[in-house]
Design a protein around this ligand. Structure first.
Ligand SMILES: [Zn+2]
Ligand SMILES: [Zn+2]
Length: 376
């Protein structure tokens, strides 16, 4: 079928909104009519070359929509179901899926192939038939997508998909880092480095878990204003060097440091942000590395002397260490009960034709918490 999609053709080139031919679902796949998709920093990391891709590629990985066609052998879904597309798949069969760690699912090894699980693409440029690569199996910058059933979570059909789409990546990653990875307990203290979509979601997770001091750090004051709205108790504008930011955290915590810290920035910035996160934790504290660093960057500025003598720990977190098939429906409930706030996370809504504006806003750093493209 013909549809409109935003295709990426190379590093730092604007996306081209054009007609794309989408093939029907193969066995184990479904076709989803997208209602909305978030625009996430990881899409931009792909565009800037920090996370290299094969071109052309149809980006987007934070979508929600309605199933319009079901491939052979699909039993968990039927036409009309509302679904969240998740940027990681979970097969439900491998060792990791069986031991409660679906973010490590063996299907993850195929995520960078640009193809679906049978090694082929469903995407072709309408004008000349050129094959287009898939992105993380979901490619949501388009009116429709074909994805493996392993990349879908069914959700209640009466809630706004233009808000629930955030559960497919950003919200679950940030909220899960606080609640699944750190297991924050009442009164514990946290430092959140980077207050975009992930950081704001982690602040909500920390607040809902009963954290004491929630210290938000960002270079943009606009984001710190949002951080306060979502539950940050203290904010630090990070204009100084990392040591000065960490000194402020120490002052706020009476010289102790926080129980946990989270790095949510990633990209090329990690020399500074990882330093802040590492210095901010107390003796025996844990730093969670959530932001995805640039692939070319192979080192992190961590002081091994302090790490050993202060018994500090550094832990990697992926998709909030969530059991997303189970957790996302729980987050939908929390949203319905107004215990989590997705509405105010979406600071801008756009149409697909204006998608490059959403990319520019992310590159600017201070304009949006989350932009959402609406198709309906
Ligand atoms: Zn993302
Ligand atoms: Zn698996």
């Amino acid at each position: 079928m013909r549809m409109k999609a935003a295709v990426a053709y190379g590093v730092n080139q604007p996306l081209v909104v054009e007609e794309v031919e989408l093939d029907p679902p193969h066995a184990g796949e479904v076709m989803v009519k997208l209602h909305a998709t978030g625009v996430c920093h990881s899409d931009v990391h792909s565009l800037t070359g920090d996370l290299p891709r094969e071109w052309p590629v149809l980006l987007g990985h934070e979508g929600a929509g309605e199933i319009v066609e079901v491939g052979e052998g699909v039993t968990r879904f039927e036409k009309g179901d509302h679904v969240i597309l998740t940027f990681l798949p979970s097969c439900g069969k491998c060792r990791w899926c069986h031991t409660g760690e679906p973010t490590l699912c063996d299907l993850g090894q195929y995520l960078r192939t640009g193809k679906l699980l049978d090694g082929t693409s469903r995407l072709h440029r309408a004008s000349d038939g050129q094959e287009i690569n898939h992105f993380l199996f979901v490619s949501t910058f388009a009116e429709y997508t074909v994805a493996p059933e392993a990349s879908l979570v069914k959700v209640a059909s009466h809630l706004p998909l233009e808000k629930l789409c955030l559960l497919g990546c950003g919200f679950t990653t940030g909220f899960g880092a606080a609640t699944n990875a750190a297991h924050i307990k009442p009164g514990e203290t946290v430092t959140i480095v980077g207050c975009g979509g992930l950081g704001l979601s982690a602040i909500q997770g920390a607040a809902l878990s009963g954290a004491g001091k929630i210290i938000a750090v960002d270079v943009h004051e606009e984001k710190l204003d949002l951080a306060k709205k979502f539950g940050a108790t203290h904010t630090i504008v990070s204009r100084q060097n990392p040591k000065e930011v960490a000194d402020q955290v120490m002052e706020i915590t009476w010289g102790v440091g926080t129980d946990y810290s989270f790095e949510f920035v990633g990209g090329q910035e990690t020399d500074d942000t990882a330093r802040v996160a590492f210095k901010s934790i107390r003796k025996g504290g844990t730093m969670f590395m959530v932001g995805v660093g640039a692939i070319q960057k192979k080192t992190m500025p961590i002081d091994p002397y302090v790490m050993a003598l202060w018994r500090k720990r550094i832990v990697g977190v992926l998709f909030g260490d969530s059991q997303f098939q189970a957790d996302i429906p729980k987050y939908v409930d929390l949203y319905e009960q107004k215990k989590i706030n997705l509405d105010d996370m979406v600071t801008k809504e756009l149409r697909l034709d204006d998608i490059n504006e959403a990319i520019d806003d992310i590159l600017a750093g201070n304009r949006v918490a989350r932009s959402v493209i609406r198709f309906s």
